[in-house]
Write a protein that binds this ligand. Structure first.
Ligand code: FES
Ligand SMILES: [Fe+2]
Length: 404
């Protein structure tokens, strides 16, 4: 699909600009100058959303930017990794990659939630794979150094023959972890602000879509492998300017006259009530509204009409121009109701593919010689179409990259 589109794009360029082309524009004698291309040396992003242009296209394509983002954004922000129900019992663990670092999260023997870099302190082999329940200790598969689930080294084979070996020197490097409304987040920094300080007010808004998110458990999960930069996916998530033009079913499902978007410190909200009758699917139970609570830098707590729980929309760069999008729905009983089944079918078969097609097409446009920066449509009264939350997102990206 993508390669077909890429091939199509190449064909257009050859036809329009090739030296042997008989394209009318190329030979038009009335032309007094060649078409002006965007000046890529100019940056017209502005802190004022009303005046601002979007951030430069090269930030969505440049591998050097992606590498800077790995350390400046993903290794320096709260990253969603799972749910408390994934590690409910003592010894339960799961492994995950964050900013290309291997991590594991575990419910230690003392009942504490902990996270560690998944690397043995002997010669660097990983300690755990996948997920499961530990039967006491963590044993490295390479030379069998043994660790407590609290991270302390319990023993290393033959180390008693070593005169200076001290197990106290070999405590696993821990990762800051937080259970936030039942969802587990980690931060690779050494002393990050707790999430309630980093995202003031967020907890209350998450509680408004479900009063006890810690009681939920995973019911459904879908992965989308997308040929687009992660920020392109984020931009699309954060505005509904495109809803009337590209999501005909969404604007039938949601009463757009009640749709709102608001921005806060490192998070933003889009929400709107569902229509009492919709052709898209029948909402017989659960929420009568849509909500998406974006949380910097790459996750959203959400709810579709009919949902009883919380829908996590997570988008992680898998390369400079590719993203792994994970949609995980947590319900009260780990099951899905009829309305939730319909909501899932709608998302997986209609809304999700519509958005994937948009961002993959845009990613090609971001590489075009004819594009540099666009212009936000930010209306002061913030009607449903306003792109304030995208400008808010771009402000945070540029600040994190030291470019604001
Ligand atoms: S690398 Fe783990 S025991 Fe050697
Ligand atoms: Fe969309």
């Amino acid at each position: 699909m993508i390669s077909r589109r890429r091939a199509g794009l190449t064909l257009v360029i050859i036809n329009r600009c090739g030296p042997k082309s008989k394209d009318r524009l190329f030979y038009d004698r009335s032309m007094t100058s060649i078409p002006v291309r965007p000046d890529r040396t100019v940056d017209r992003f502005d802190p004022d959303p009303i005046k601002s242009f979007t951030m430069a296209a090269s930030l969505y394509t440049d591998p050097a930017v992606a590498e800077r983002e790995r350390t400046a954004i993903f290794a320096d922000s709260w990253q969603w990794v799972g749910h408390a129900s994934d590690v409910a019992g003592v010894g339960d663990y799961f492994t995950v990659s964050v900013a290309d670092e291997r991590i594991f999260v575990i419910r230690s023997a003392d009942g504490e939630l902990r996270a560690f870099f998944n690397v043995c302190l002997h010669r660097g082999h990983s300690l755990l794979q996948g997920s499961g329940t530990l039967n006491g200790l963590i044993t490295c598969p390479y030379h069998a150094w043994v660790y407590e689930s609290t991270g302390a080294l319990k023993g290393a084979r033959m180390s008693d023959r070593m005169p200076d070996f001290d197990v106290e020197d070999f405590r696993l490097a821990d990762v800051v972890v937080e259970d936030f409304c039942g969802f587990i987040f980690v931060h690779l920094g050494t002393a990050p602000e707790p999430m309630d300080i980093c995202y003031p007010g967020l907890r209350d808004v998450v509680a408004a879509i479900h009063p006890n998110p810690a009681s939920l458990s995973l019911a459904r999960e879908t992965l989308f492998d997308i040929a687009a930069n992660w920020k392109n996916v984020g931009d699309n998530l954060l505005e509904c300017y495109h809803c009337h033009t590209t999501h005909k079913d969404f604007v039938d499902l949601i009463d757009m006259s009640g749709y709102r978007n608001e921005t806060f410190e490192r998070w933003s909200v889009q929400a709107g009530p569902s229509r009492p009758t919709s052709e898209v699917y029948e909402v017989t139970s659960g929420a009568q509204a849509f909500a998406s609570i974006f949380t910097w830098p790459n996750v959203s707590f959400g709810q579709l009409p009919g949902h009883r729980g919380i829908f996590m929309f997570h988008f992680v760069p898998s390369g400079p121009e590719t993203t792994m999008q994970r949609l995980a729905y947590y319900s009260p009983d780990g099951e899905v109701s009829e309305s939730e089944e319909d909501a899932f079918d709608y998302f997986n078969e209609v809304l999700g593919p519509e958005d994937v097609a948009l961002v993959e097409d845009v990613q090609i446009g971001l590489r075009s010689m004819g594009y540099h920066q666009g212009k936000f449509i930010c209306i002061p009264e913030r009607p449903e179409i306003s792109e304030h939350a995208v400008h808010h997102f771009h402000s945070m990206v540029l600040e994190a990259l030291g470019m604001s």
